[in-house]
Design a protein around this ligand. Sequence first.
Ligand SMILES: C[S@@+](CC[C@H](N)C(=O)[O-])C[C@H]1O[C@@H](n2cnc3c(N)ncnc32)[C@H](O)[C@@H]1O
Length: 269
Amino acid sequence: MLKHLVLTQVLRYMNGKDKAYTLVDTHAGAGGYSLQGRYAQKKAEYQQGIVRLWDRADLPEPVADYVALVRRFNDGGKLHQYPGSPGFAQMLLRAQDRLRLYELHPTDHRILEAYLGKHPQTQVTEGDGFAALKAELPPPSRRGVVLIDPSYEIKADYTRVVAALREALTRFADAVVIVWYPQLLTLESSQLPHRLQASAESHAPKGWLHARLSVQQPDERGFGLVGSGLFIANPPFVLHETLQAVLPFLVDVLGQYDGASFMLEQRAA
Ligand SMILES: C[S@@+](CC[C@H](N)C(=O)[O-])C[C@H]1O[C@@H](n2cnc3c(N)ncnc32)[C@H](O)[C@@H]1O
């Protein structure tokens, strides 16, 4: 949820200038997800996220904007489907912008291709999104956003995201790079933000921002997903203020236990 809220805010900011930009989504997924039937596992995830926000009248503006996009994805009706990052991108990118979607899994790729493959200015590629940065950066218009959103089911992803951030910034220093990561009580997960920071400190001219929303209690063995974090290199300058206003609200509404919390830090340019 936080991931798509931040993606929405970044793209709104990019839309503030007419000049075209490219969004590279290295781990695009299927594009959108049905909340009915056989996706029961995903459904449980959404119950703790979008469902809790759906009917509220007191949403802060950026959250209301995010929920309105999910409503649009459902044609204004009931909550039956949820947009993935390509779904949000499709609703927000303008005619002049380019969308580059990479997905390794053949089934997800097929669904994504059927959904967006014929869209103007959009390319859907079945392949490794990490390797794609070489071909995609720098973007022709010299304005670009990169979303790096692996599932971290394989531990190598923790190392590969750090290398990918460095590669993206080395190829195109002004790229706005958004990295999502799961907050788990593991060494890899707790070290990742520091490793990303070290990369951004030396390569991102506009600094970095790190936001984390911890909503769930770990189980008694200390396992399980506690929350998730986003690390953004070269963030829009308004993002810190926006998140500072929104994160306490999200802790209240999405928190699943008394210890729910957020963390927000940045290194300005
Ligand atoms: C967390 S999901 C992406 C969700 C999507 N970004 C969204 O916001 O809706 C991660 C996806 O990455 C795909 N994947 C895994 N390794 C990949 C790789 N090296 N390159 C591209 N896609 C990959 C998986 O099949 C999965 O669909």
